[in-house]
Write a protein of this length. Sequence first.
Length: 254
Amino acid sequence: MSNLIGGLLIGGFFTYCYFSNHPDKAKKIATNVSWYIVYGYHRVTIWYEDAFVKEEDENSDKEKIKKEELEKVKFHGYNNGNIVVRNVTEEQIKDLVEKYEVCFVGKEIDNKLYFKRLEDVNDDFPEKEESEEEKSGEEESEEESEEQSEEESEEESEEGNEEESMVPCVRHFLQVECVVGQEKHDIHEHISKYYITNNVVMDEVFMKYFMKQWYDVELNGDYELKIIDNNINLVTLEKESKILLGKDEYEIKN
């Protein structure tokens, strides 16, 4: 240890003597050292910003973009043979529904895009009559719900409506063919995008939109649908018919 200290002192002494006799060289070396220190400082700063600050900014931007994407939904509208596809906010949907013969809102659920029909076409499907026990049970549940606070009931209602609005149903159909004259179109792949509980599908206006959107086929005349459902039943559907999709079953309405 003493040898090291002694060596440093002797080295420092000779260095001092050298630079004392050569001030220009000392100044030049000091300038270079200062420049390398400043250069090193900025290099480290740039590296830090690129590695951490920029990444944080990018993550923040991604979160903003993701948030904006979540606030918007895909909208399909069909009217007189024309289809409009656009991203809209849920508030804009209310103003768009009345402008189209049929329209849909699309959302991604479990990495799959589904479309829910927005037109009120469920009126033709009567609800099942409730038994007296079910009615009395509903009355009791209503009395119990009244005991809860308004804030809690509102939150539950909003969450329930949001969840129920887009509930995927089972795969009702194994194969669906649209027969137009001598042409047959296998359509079961894209029909799965509409497997949402309470969706009404395969009526004439739906098929005009569907075939135009996914197969670029104009349905201006007669056609029929050949269906094999998940119970291996063979079903032929005319254009005057439609199907209401339930969670585990479906209903045909002529």
